[in-house]
Design a protein around this ligand. Structure first.
Ligand code: KIV
Length: 257
């Protein structure tokens, strides 16, 4: 199978819906890759799923680079997207460029950043420098303090219009795809039909061109996943069962035999 790239992701719009997910280490990236996941996002959701924080805000650039390198070493066919963490692209465009370049040097095929019109100049600069950018509009978790929680966005006509404008701006700036997070499904459907680049939804209904799920949610490792999530496994239960059996067998002398 050929490795997914910007051209094949764009060409899938209207032809095939893509089920994409996050991964943060080589073990799960390899399993996702072998299972045919087309895009693996090294999401800043790692702050919540693996680092134990309550938001994505504390994630550091070094953590993103280390996780990106691990995922890129394991993913043979999937496109690997590094999610620029909070602070890595807000302190000046030169710093943002350097951080995006470092992600590509770590093995990413593209970077993702949050925001619409306000980051469109930066998206343009990155794409002109040969760094493919996946944009992210709607509920952008790095703005959690502005929202006062992880809340659905685009619920009023004005807010919905702004999200549509943001999506159009990132497309015009050169983004090859755009994440639509936690917005009404009718709005996601409208944006998907108006844009020529693929939309990748999460909590944005069935009409997007592709979907994201956070790996820990889809595998059932996170037992307090958002309500829009579908769990495809109950790994938390399976992992607890294995750990308990091991502890019990060592205590009872059945292992090692
Ligand atoms: O960090 C992440 O996992 C994300 C997805 C929710 C798209 O940004």
């Amino acid at each position: 199978m050929k490795k997914w790239n910007v051209a094949s992701v764009r060409a899938a719009k209207g032809v095939r819906k893509l089920g994409c997910c996050t991964a943060y280490d080589a073990c799960f990236a390899r399993l996702a890759d072998e299972s045919g996941v087309p895009i693996i996002l090294v999401g800043d959701s790692m702050g919540m799923t693996v680092l134990g924080y309550g938001t994505t805000l504390p994630v550091k650039m070094e953590e993103t680079l280390s996780a990106t390198a691990a995922v890129a070493r394991a993913a043979k066919n999937a496109m690997v997207v590094a999610d620029l963490p909070f602070g890595s692209y807000q302190c000046g465009d030169d710093i943002a460029m350097k951080n995006a370049v470092d992600c590509i040097k770590a093995g990413a095929d593209a970077v993702k950043l949050e925001g619409g019109a306000r980051v469109s100049n930066l998206i343009k600069r990155m794409t002109e420098a040969g760094i493919p950018v996946l944009a992210h509009v709607g509920m952008t978790p790095q703005s959690v303090n502005e929202y006062g929680g992880f809340k659905k966005q685009g619920k009023t006509a004005a807010a919905a219009h702004q999200i549509l404008v943001d999506a159009e701006k990132v497309e015009a700036a050169g983004a090859f795809a755009v994440t639509l997070e936690c917005i009404p499904s009718e709005l996601a459907a409208e944006i998907t039909s108006k844009l020529s680049i693929p939309t990748i939804g999460i909590g944005a209904g069935p009409d997007c061109d592709a979907q994201w799920l956070v790996m820990h949610d889809l595998l059932g490792l996170n037992e307090s996943a958002p309500s829009f999530v579908k769990r495809y496994a109950d790994l938390a239960g399976e992992v607890r069962r294995a750990f308990s059996a091991y502890v019990e067998e060592v205590a009872s002398g059945r292992f090692p035999s």
